[in-house]
Design a protein around this ligand. Structure first.
Ligand code: HEM
Length: 649
């Protein structure tokens, strides 16, 4: 009711073209008070008293000054803004809104950062600043408008105070009332200071093989859960995130991707993992539909020769090294496995352009290193605009990547006109895209295709090389499983080149890979946001509270996996994933629900091919130089490499 009258008044004053004075509808809805509508004439606008209750319910009187920014807007935009204002009020996030509409002049002033965020996300319409006639996005309601005009300074204080302090404290109070425990909010940093300290302490740590890896992979999440229990939350800067460890709730999160969304892309993360991984809503549906054909089994079968070629090249290098030294040699296999998965993506994604693909891989590796350095500062507002050496290099790398990928795509577009063989990921994606454009009139833009290619690299290479390196390390530690796997490979594949059917029949190898993914999941933590109020099981989650799913802690949970949860025991998967989990949502190395990893079959085929070829050529064991230090650097990696002794068979 409140919203309706508010909107109606706004419309009346808007449609009255002759009106010389303007109406101001001032509403105050917080959790604590609601002030009835007031209408003021223009003269009164400079400053007017407002009686309301403060946060603690005490009556206060304060003078309010309206903002100075106003815009000339088209009627349809005004309608849209008013419609969204209605949404805001319904969701109860609106604290103070001042909308002044006279003829075609519109003054918007939103006091809360909630509103800003909401508007910034959902209305991206262009309106014109009446002072400089510059086009602005409605989303950009900042203290300093992009055209240089400022909101009245007296208005900024409460907004900043709300953003930095009041809102986090309100969320904290709410969570504690709901029975969740966590640290008290600390200004801006939240738990990040303690988190960074703990990560730093863990970084050089070497652990015993018998130790529980999950405690080192996510030291801070583990510390919070130990201290406050499973119903706990952590402060990621100014935003609290609940730890979710209950398989039923995790299932709900994964199966409702429209409610529990991927975090609003952080500009830094977006540079590396943009594309499908960070897309939401209809855009995600469209992208996933277009990319799916590239990962169909029939297509993957066609990629097998390229994967075989790359694995063969790596093994040849190892053979040369070993044979030069006699019949055994210590080799740090980690960099070779990283290169292997990069080469596989270059070959399978870009086919004939794989040389350029390789350059892209190297640039992306550099980008990841830069991102790891920069991520420490990413919570500091505006840090990425400071021209530091790392920021400058990051920009340059992005430009180079963009140019390389743009070049490959343009070349491919031309090649497609003469219908050259295009059965690589890029070719299939582009075919599927042009079909969509013919049928539906819209498809992916060049920039979107570039983003997807960048993601194939990141998602496809880091993760698969992780899987392979931990498999080699664990098979070195458990030689009996290495022997079982080798016997199976020799029996099923013999001396033939591994084909798709042969790889599918490798049961023991599959069990081993599944167990490695349980103990060393490359994506050790998944994160979701709740952009709107949501319900998860019995928990009411207000907009703005995030969720973390600590995958690795779930995979090590004794209640779910038994007292030997931290031991390498591939036999758990003898009856497949369903048998191992007894139908529970407790095993999610590839995520789950509609947003499950699109490349999981690709990754498993690549890992089986590489492992079976390695097993046929070498026996391997841990070098005395090996130091066990699994550590999450975007994915879970062996911090000191993987020196193994390879014996030629
Ligand atoms: C062992 C290897 C891999 C692991 C463990 C893995 C893991 C994951 C996980 C956990 C997610 C879901 C993330 C979330 O829900 O927040 C995901 C998504 C994704 N992965 Fe993988 N991945 C692997 C290999 C690959 C490969 C080889 C590719 C492509 C070449 C790939 C492409 C993607 C894409 C595009 C998404 C986003 C899907 C969407 O949001 O619709 N991944 N992966």
């Amino acid at each position: 009711m409140f919203t309706k009258s508010f909107i109606d008044m706004g419309r009346e004053s808007f449609t009255d073209q002759q009106q010389q004075t303007c109406s101001v509808n001032l509403r105050m809805t917080t959790n604590f008070c609601m002030v009835p509508t007031c209408t003021f004439s223009f003269d009164e606008l400079s400053e007017f008293p407002l009686k309301c209750k403060d946060r603690f319910g005490k009556q206060v009187s304060k003078k309010v000054r309206p903002p100075v920014a106003d815009f000339t807007a088209r009627q349809d935009l005004v309608d849209k803004i008013l419609k969204h204002a209605e949404h805001l009020a319904i969701y109860g996030t609106l604290k103070e809104t001042l909308i002044q509409v006279t003829n075609l002049r519109l003054t918007l002033y939103f006091l809360t950062s909630d509103v800003e965020t909401y508007i910034g996300r959902d209305i991206e319409e262009v309106i014109t600043c009446s002072m400089c006639m510059d086009d602005l996005k409605v989303g950009m309601v900042f203290s300093q408008l992009p055209c240089g005009h400022r909101f009245h300074s007296s208005c900024i204080g409460p907004r900043v105070l709300n953003w930095l302090w009041l809102k986090p404290k309100k969320l904290e109070k709410y969570l504690k009332e709901q029975g969740f425990k966590g640290n008290a909010y600390r200004l801006i940093l939240g738990d990040m200071g303690e988190y960074a300290r703990m990560i730093k302490e863990e970084q050089p740590r070497q652990i015993k093989f018998s130790e529980n890896v999950s405690l080192h992979a996510l030291p801070y999440a583990n510390h919070i859960i130990n201290k406050f229990g499973k119903n706990s939350f952590m402060w990621w800067g100014m935003y609290p995130r609940l730890n979710i460890l209950d398989p039923e709730l995790i299932k709900e999160i994964m199966t409702k991707p429209h409610v529990f969304q991927k975090p609003h892309p952080n500009p830094l993360g977006n540079l590396i993992t943009g594309g499908l991984l960070a897309t939401e809503g209809e855009k995600w549906t469209k992208h996933r539909k277009l990319i799916n054909p590239a990962f169909h089994l029939e297509m993957l079968k066609k990629m097998l020769p390229a994967i075989h070629l790359c694995c063969g090249e790596m093994i040849n290098k190892w053979e040369m090294l070993v044979l030069t030294a006699g019949c055994s040699l210590e080799v740090d296999v980690w960099p070779y496995l990283q290169d292997l998965s990069g080469d596989v993506i270059s070959q399978t994604a870009f086919g004939s352009s794989h040389e350029e693909g390789r350059k892209i891989f190297l640039l992306q590796k550099e980008q990841v290193d830069l991102a790891i350095h920069l991520i420490k500062f990413s919570f500091a507002p505006g840090y990425r605009y400071i021209p530091t050496k790392a920021n400058k290099r990051m920009k340059q790398v992005c430009k180079e990547l963009q140019a390389l990928l743009g070049g490959i795509i343009t070349k491919r577009e031309k090649a497609m006109e003469t219908d050259v063989n295009n059965d690589d990921l890029l070719g299939i994606l582009m075919k599927s895209n042009s079909k969509e454009i013919k049928e539906e009139g819209i498809g992916l833009s060049i920039q979107e295709v570039i983003d997807e290619c960048k993601l194939f690299y990141f998602a496809g290479s880091e993760t698969t090389s992780n899987l392979l390196v931990w498999t080699m390390i664990l098979l070195s530690l458990h030689p009996e499983w290495q022997t079982h796997a080798r016997e199976e490979v020799l029996q099923v594949l013999g001396n033939k080149t591994p084909d798709f059917d042969g790889l599918s029949r490798l049961k023991i190898v599959t069990m081993i890979l599944q167990e490695v993914l349980r103990l060393y999941p490359p994506a050790a933590l998944l994160i979701r946001d709740t952009p709107q109020n949501a319900k998860l099981g019995d928990i009411n989650i207000p907009a703005g509270i995030g969720l973390t799913v600590p995958v690795i802690l779930l995979h090590y949970d004794h209640e779910l996996w038994g007292t030997d949860a931290h031991e390498f025991e591939p036999r758990r998967f003898a009856e497949g994933v369903l048998g191992a989990t007894r139908g529970k949502f407790s095993y999610i190395p590839f995520g789950g629900g509609p947003r499950i990893c699109i490349g999981q079959n690709f990754a498993m085929i690549e890992a089986k091919m590489a492992l079976s070829m390695i097993l046929k050529t070498f026996i391997f064991e841990l070098s005395p130089q090996y130091r066990h230090a699994p550590f999450p650097i975007l994915t879970l990696q062996p911090q000191h490499g993987a020196p193994l002794i390879l014996h030629k068979l």
